[in-house]
Design a binder for this molecule. Structure first.
Ligand code: DC
Length: 220
């Protein structure tokens, strides 16, 4: 199976670009952030905040996260319910970032991610795909852009979805998530030694997609 790993910070355009890249290649697209978001949602529903004070293992013991592909699109299920839309709020983002720092949570989701990549040609995106989940991926890309540019893109996306947000809050939240994701002791966000850096700060969306396609063509 051919595995393509795409890592990078929040708002770099990973999911949209990875989805289109996968479509172009005829591979399955796996958005691993959605798994952490589903776990984060479960902890919120259980009354936890981002400090996650309590018995993590006990909550995980009664949690079932599952990915299904419906008409080629990934849907995420939490305890049998499709939560694909519920996980896309700023609160869910912060909870996802918090739970993702917990070793128990990372271990809980690891086999599912590896299993998908063993059974399918995949474009898998996340934070630690090239470094931890799929260290033998055929192509590894580290996709990034300056934080202001990423916040601007995320702000527009949320506004288009009709969410009431303030740009300063989006920027601040992105900085906090960048910090948390890259400073946690396990599986921090970092470029794998053998990953190709793709910086999209000054690229349009189409140019970014072309860049990724070129990197993949050269690497596969
Ligand atoms: O990609 P995203 O914004 O949907 O990810 C949500 C959070 O999940 C993010 O703050 C970091 C975490 N995450 C992770 O730790 N490892 C992954 N492979 C994917 C996401």
């Amino acid at each position: 199976m051919i595995n393509i790993a795409i890592d990078g910070p929040a708002g770099a355009g990973k999911s949209t670009l990875s989805r289109l890249l996968a479509k172009d290649l005829g591979y399955i697209y796996v958005d691993t952030g959605a798994l952490y978001r589903a776990v984060g949602l479960k902890f919120s529903m259980k009354g936890f905040d981002t400090e996650l004070k309590g018995d993590i293992a006990e909550v995980l013991g009664e949690t079932a996260v599952d990915i299904r592909f419906i008409d080629g699109a990934q849907r995420v299920f939490l305890d049998g319910k499709d939560v694909s839309d519920d996980i896309r709020t700023p609160t869910a983002s912060m909870m996802a970032s918090a739970v993702s720092a917990k070793p128990e949570v990372r271990a809980f989701l690891l086999d599912m991610q590896r299993g998908l990549a063993q059974r399918n040609n995949v474009v898998m995106d996340g934070r630690d795909i090239g470094t931890v989940v799929l260290p033998n991926a055929k192509v590894k890309i580290f996709l990034t852009a300056d934080v202001e540019v990423r916040a601007e893109r995320r702000y527009k996306e949320l506004c288009e979805k009709g969410q009431q947000v303030d740009f300063a809050d989006v920027l601040e939240e992105m900085k906090v998530r960048d910090y948390n994701d890259s400073h946690r002791p396990i599986a921090p966000l970092k470029q794998a030694d053998d990953a190709v850096l793709a910086d999209t700060t000054s690229l349009t969306f189409d140019e970014s997609l072309e860049l990724l396609k070129k990197i993949v063509e050269e690497g596969v």
